[in-house]
Design a binder for this molecule. Structure first.
Ligand code: FAD
Length: 372
């Protein structure tokens, strides 16, 4: 069998960012602010990735839990943006308006994923980034270990976009993996979250006016620790189409089983997730690891974060730039939940929204300086 695939050569950019989740948004804006010409490629039609399309609507804290702000920069701009046009429950001491009751006193907030996603478009475009939606980057084009750009598939056909540097912000490291960068797979409990409301929620909203309590998470799968994982189901990695399909089919089946028990005139599901809610899919093996060790310092630190888990209040973790690249591949960078953070505390801390924004911002700056 012969495959005739024509690839059209398109423009050259300083930096191409694959994936418009939180990390990709931060990376693209950061690179553009350094003066780079940036193309952001997103296979869906909305920005935000898991934080919006995956229906995550809680921006984990930028502080250490003892009142100290740890993360600034684009991560802070994004938490403010998440609360700019939609409801929030940011505590007043962290700049909230005090309209809704805060969930806790940390620099964290609930937000509307749909409103936040719309705001992300504005943010990215205002910063001079070019976006291509409904466009999947399929393969990096490599000359030895230098990435010359990426091939993309969209309704326009197969197209090649050239770049001086490429940032993988795909959430599954598929671009760096296909370039030959060593990687490790994750393992996931089955989680299936939707946002629902019922008549009781409407009554509560009328009484309190607190929208944060209206959009309710309903999870017919596992929590962070495996509680609720379907009996006998294997842990899924999410690196094959079969895994993703099994994950989504099982999740929807569980949700349907639940809603069949409800009075059909009493509730609605606002939206289904449009991407699998897998926490850890694949991460790169970088020049060095981020293990989230309290007080560990790095000569190439890109910043410090705290820990979102209440049992780890007060911990401070520096993140090394070396966790964002593999030195054999000098013009490719990882951003977000795919950085070199081994299973355990490192990956757990690296994958939450503020840390993804922080590593995205650093990847954008690093990539903007590359000329090949
Ligand atoms: C169940 C669950 C609950 C969570 N709860 C919280 C929480 O309460 N608070 C919190 O802060 N964090 C939470 N997280 C973690 C957090 O939401 C995500 O890890 C984080 O948003 C990941 O951001 P990212 O940009 O690295 O990746 P992603 O959000 O995965 O973004 C990747 C983007 O790349 C796109 N993409 C992928 N491949 C391609 C390609 N080849 N071409 C073009 N585009 C591509 C995708 O469509 C997507 O938009 C949770 C995660 C899960 C799964």
């Amino acid at each position: 069998m012969k495959f005739n695939i024509d690839v059209t050569k398109k423009d050259k950019y300083d930096v191409i960012v694959v994936g418009g989740g939180i990390a990709g948004v931060a990376a693209s804006v950061s690179a553009a602010r350094c003066g780079a010409g940036v193309l952001l490629i997103e296979k869906q039609v909305n920005l935000g990735g898991l934080a919006t399309c995956g229906l995550i609507s809680w921006y984990e804290p930028l502080c250490d839990g003892n009142g100290n702000q740890m993360i600034y920069g684009i991560a802070e701009e994004l938490i403010k943006l998440s609360a700019k046009y939609g409801f929030d429950n940011l505590p007043e001491e962290w700049g909230g308006e005090g309209i809704n009751t805060p969930k806790n006193r940390r620099y964290a907030t609930l937000y509307s994923p749909t409103v936040f996603s719309a705001a992300l478009d504005e943010f990215v475009l205002e910063n001079g980034v070019e976006i291509r939606f409904d466009c999947r980057a399929t393969y990096p084009v490599m000359e030895e270990n230098i990435c010359r750009g990426v091939i993309c598939e969209s309704v326009s056909g197969s197209e090649f976009f050239e770049a001086n540097a490429v940032i993988d912000a795909t959430g599954d490291a598929s671009i760096m993996y296909r370039a030959g960068v060593p990687t490790e797979d994750g393992e996931n409990f089955m989680t299936y979250i939707v946002h629902m409301y019922d008549k009781e929620d409407v009554r509560k909203l009328n009484k309190t006016g607190d929208l944060c309590k209206f959009r309710r998470w309903v999870n017919k799968g596992s929590d962070l620790n495996g509680v609720g994982h379907p009996k006998g189901m294997r842990l899924l990695k999410g690196v094959t189409c079969e895994d993703i399909t099994e994950y989504m089919v099982t999740g929807k089946r569980g949700m349907l089983k639940y809603i069949k028990t409800l009075d059909k005139n009493s509730f609605d599901i606002m939206t289904l997730p449009t991407m699998p809610q897998l926490r850890t899919i694949r991460r790169i093996i970088g020049k060095c690891d981020f293990n989230a060790i309290d007080g560990e310092t790095f000569a190439d630190s890109i910043g410090t974060c705290g820990d979102f888990r209440p049992e780890n209040i007060g911990r401070h973790y520096q993140i090394p730039l070396g966790a964002l690249y593999n030195e054999q591949f000098p013009n490719m960078f990882a951003a977000g939940r795919i950085i070199s953070a081994p299973r355990g505390d490192g990956w757990e801390v690296a994958r939450v929204i503020p840390t993804c924004a922080l590593t995205g911002e650093a990847a954008g700056r690093a990539a903007a300086g590359i000329r090949v």
